[in-house]
Design a protein around this ligand. Structure first.
Ligand code: PA5
Length: 449
């Protein structure tokens, strides 16, 4: 079994032959990726990453995770953007939605930080961690990202204060560049266990490096199976797979067709399982940061259904016709829950008695699909047989390779992100960071006018 793609309800919005017309362009894009002749070719380390991960490397990660698991009731994963979203996406997709609330005897609680500068958030986090045996995975490729570095300083001090400096060293791990950055310097000085983020893998393509694998292993999930799913997809989407059989090629072609030929400027990633919320967040970063440049790019949005059918559903059904949907459809749930019969039937729901809750959900999904397509919203469906490590691994690689191809079709460099620097420059200037003196002066003058 494998994840699969259904584009029939999107193809009907395109002229006949429109998708097929992308075949030579997709082929050229895949060859450019393979041969390293595309823009951003120094960031292609993710392309054959799954098949190059060895079992001894996975064991090294698992061994580190086991030390953290044995010594921590809580593990704080500090990182932002590509150093955050992949791990959270996988952990939430596979985990129990309530484990953070009720605790899980078998696994440490994983919490995420370093992804915001909310004082209340950090105060509440440090209060929650007070008196707890906690560890930290500090993830930053550059090793200098403000949100993460600021959080790590707080956590490091608290961990050392609570466990003593020597004990703290055992439960602080750095995932960072091999040589550069403050996170590397601190890790080397303190003697933390470290994992390297390869130079040729950008943040949003790094979930299958220790950036994602270590937190995922810490949460108790099977990283071997995750990587094996991704490896399977690497094969299924290879450059020699015929266009019509290559799901990533087809997805890239359809979305570019919808964008350039049907005026569909917004792609809404939709799920019918709340635990997929962060898969959409990860996907938004992957496509948004890769394609949104040079005044081009599909805007990646997301909705959690059926929840958002009661809010954004109105817009999707009847708002401006510039959107299409990509639905991640989970074929089989992991658990079973039958809807009970009630003699009094006060709620009038006895027509559902004896049905699985998922049957109701599936009819909501089908009904929504029909309604939205009728309303002029093209629909792409990505079917996932079940939520487990293997299929999530497939899904990750599917979107990564599709993004690499799609960005090339759009004619941008999908592997850089020059636009994310603008806010940082202003923030540092406003905070009088050393080295920003001229910018500080200029920005203050501008604001005083
Ligand atoms: O995809 C990206 O490159 C970014 O989202 C980065 O991952 C993010 O800015 C964090 O950077 P770093 O890992 O250097 O702290």
């Amino acid at each position: 079994k494998s994840i699969s793609l259904d584009i029939t309800k999107a193809a009907q919005f395109l002229n006949e032959g429109a998708i097929k017309s992308y075949e030579p362009h997709v082929k050229a894009a895949q060859e450019a990726l393979e041969n390293g002749t595309c823009p951003g070719n120094d960031f292609l380390g993710w392309l054959h990453l799954p098949s190059s991960i060895t079992s001894s490397f996975l064991k090294e990660i698992q061994d580190c995770a086991n030390v953290l698991r044995a010594n921590c009731e809580v593990i704080v994963v500090a990182g932002i953007g590509g150093s955050y979203l992949g791990a959270r996406a996988v952990i939430e997709a596979l985990g129990n939605s309530f484990s953070w609330l009720v605790g899980d005897k078998k696994n440490p609680t994983i919490v995420f930080a370093g992804n915001n500068i909310g004082e209340d958030y950090l105060f509440e986090l440090t209060t929650y961690l007070a008196g707890k045996k906690f560890g930290v995975i500090n993830i930053s490729k550059s090793g200098t990202t403000t949100e993460t570095a600021l959080t790590f300083r707080l956590l490091k001090k608290q961990c050392e204060a609570q466990r003593g400096k020597e004990e703290a060293k055992k439960v602080i791990v750095a995932v960072t560049d091999a040589h550069k950055g403050a996170a590397r310097a601190a890790a080397d000085k303190e003697g933390y266990t470290t994992f390297i983020i390869p130079d040729n893998i950008g943040g949003r393509f790094s979930v299958l490096t220790p950036v994602g694998l270590l937190p995922i292993a810490c949460a108790g999930f099977d990283i071997t199976s995750l990587v094996s799913g991704a490896t399977g997809m690497e094969k299924a989407c290879g450059k020699d797979v015929p266009f019509a059989e290559n799901p990533a090629a087809i997805y890239a072609a359809v979305r570019n067709g919808l964008y350039s030929q049907a005026g569909k400027k917004i792609e809404i990633m939709v799920n019918f399982q709340p635990k997929l919320h962060f898969i959409s967040e990860w996907w938004k970063q992957l496509f948004g940061e890769s394609e949104g440049k040079e005044n081009k790019g599909i805007f990646p949005a997301s909705c959690d259904f059926t929840t958002d059918l009661h809010s954004m559903g109105q817009w999707i059904q009847e708002g401006e016709r510039t959107i299409y949907e990509t639905v991640i459809s989970v074929e089989e749930t992991n658990e079973r829950l039958l809807f009970p019969k009630d003699e009094e039937n006060l709620d009038g729901l006895n027509f559902l008695s004896g049905k699985r809750v998922d049957e109701v959900n599936k009819m909501a999904e089908l009904g929504t699909r029909l309604a939205h397509v009728d309303g002029g919203v093209p629909n792409i469906r990505v079917s996932v047989p079940k939520l487990n490590e293997y299929y999530i691994g497939q899904l990750i690689y599917f979107f990564e390779i599709a993004c690499g191809i799609s960005g090339n079709l759009l004619g941008v460099n999908p592997f850089n992100q020059p636009g994310v620097e603008a806010y940082k420059k202003n923030m540092f200037a406003l905070l009088d960071k050393p080295g920003y003196e001229a910018d500080s002066k200029a920005i203050k003058e501008r604001l005083s006018k």
